[in-house]
Ligand binder design. Structure first.
Ligand SMILES: Nc1ncnc2c1ncn2[C@@H]1O[C@H](COP(=O)(O)OP(=O)(O)OP(=O)(O)O)[C@@H](O)[C@H]1O
Ligand SMILES: [Mg+2]
Length: 367
């Protein structure tokens, strides 16, 4: 079932939590809202669930309008057939596992036998088949999260909203749950809207990612697209581009290529990412990823485009790669190098970044 959100706005007094958000979630797919604390992710979800009354906009689930300010439509949350899983598991500790999961069916007046049967089936599906009679308080964090998941799915919602459901789990369990969520979705076919501020989670779980910034959409696209082609410096930073520097547009080649002057004679060629063409002399921001920086011994690469001399300031072994901090003219550059050819602090190096991997943005975009 598709979900359409149009012109959604929510204001709390003077706080404009969500300011005109538009997106569509295709049936059976997962869209993730990704953004920093306070950017309006939870508010957006709560508006879709019907737990908040928006200030303006229109929300449809399938072909049913559940909210429209102009037409004065507001469908109560329990009539939207939407499941919701929160970061805090919000399970009832005084009930058994089965009691928690069956509760939504019980209050909707389903016959006892049906509640029992569907509860057992969904518990089986989330891997808690054996724990039906266990008091819910006597569970690990991961098991409690599965109970919350089972409870959200037991009435077979066609849309499920997830608000950072994995952030209280340890790293291993989180990764396993990501895979399990994808398998569950493939089996049950629900449409999912997922909220997180963890880029790995967003990249691995989503069909599409929406980056949010201060109550607005910053960028929307497939995980690959958003990751490889950030449209703004904000998105680049948020997706882990470790090198973001302010400079000035020094010259403009054709086909959206520019050179950014970063001071002290350091110029980097980059792809211009703003929709309006660059103007010579305007302020610009450049961004590139640490894993796209090649580090070589000084003197082994002929000078050329995007080759800069530098010195290793710090080197940290991180298992699969070495994390370098390199002092290069006015810049402190982050790089990742292979573990088999390590440099050490004080080594004279040259770094090289392919211009195709350097993204340049208009400075106003950097805010
Ligand atoms: N009930 C409320 N009353 C007043 N302000 C609120 C209320 N709920 C949220 N806000 C404000 O609205 C903005 C968006 O909040 P929201 O909870 O949607 O952010 P979020 O993106 O989910 O952040 P986080 O990652 O920290 O959960 C914040 O500035 C927040 O302080
Ligand atoms: Mg939140």
């Amino acid at each position: 079932m598709p979900v359409h959100v149009r012109g959604l706005a929510k204001t709390y007094g003077a706080v404009r939590a969500v300011q005109g958000v538009d997106f569509t979630v295709a049936p059976g797919t997962t869209v993730t809202l990704l953004g920093p604390s306070g950017c309006g992710k939870t508010t957006t979800l709560r508006c879709i669930a019907g737990l908040e009354v928006p200030t303006a906009g229109r929300i449809t689930v399938g072909d049913r309008v559940v909210y429209d300010d102009a037409e004065g439509i507001f469908v109560e949350p329990e009539r939207r057939n939407i499941g919701m899983v929160f970061q805090s598991y919000a399970i009832w500790p005084h009930m058994t596992v089965g009691g928690n999961v069956g509760f939504p069916l019980k209050i909707s007046g389903r016959p006892k036998a049906e509640v029992e049967e569907r509860t057992r089936a969904i518990l089986q599906l989330v891997g808690l088949g054996d724990l039906h009679d266990r008091p819910a308080a006597a569970l690990s964090g991961g098991q409690q999260q599965r109970v919350a998941l089972a409870r959200a799915l037991v009435h077979e919602p066609q849309v499920v909203l997830f608000d950072e459901p994995l952030s209280n789990l340890d790293a291993n369990l989180r990764e396993r749950m990501r895979t399990e969520l994808q398998l569950l979705q493939a089996r049950l076919g629900f449409t999912a809207i997922f909220v997180t501020h963890d880029q790995q989670e967003a990249l691995s779980l989503s069909d599409r990612i929406i980056v949010m910034n201060r109550g607005r959409l910053e960028q929307e696209g497939t995980p690959q697209d958003v990751f490889q082609n950030p449209a703004t410096a904000f998105t680049a930073r948020f997706l882990g581009y470790a090198n973001v520097f302010a400079g000035e547009v020094a010259d403009i080649a054709d086909a959206g290529k520019v050179r950014i002057d970063l001071g002290d004679g350091v110029l980097l060629a980059a792809r211009w990412r703003a929709s309006e063409p660059a103007r010579k002399g305007e302020r610009g921001t450049i961004a590139f990823r640490a894993d796209r920086v090649a580090v070589e011994p000084r003197g082994t690469v002929p000078p050329g485009d995007n080759v800069i001399a530098g010195d290793i300031e710090a080197a940290a072994f991180l298992g699969t790669f070495i994390d370098y901090t390199i002092h290069a003219g006015p810049l402190q550059i982050k790089a990742e190098g292979p573990v088999d050819k390590p440099f050490v602090r004080g080594d004279a190096v040259q770094i090289r970044i392919s211009p195709a991997q350097c993204h340049a943005f208009r400075a106003a975009d950097a805010a």
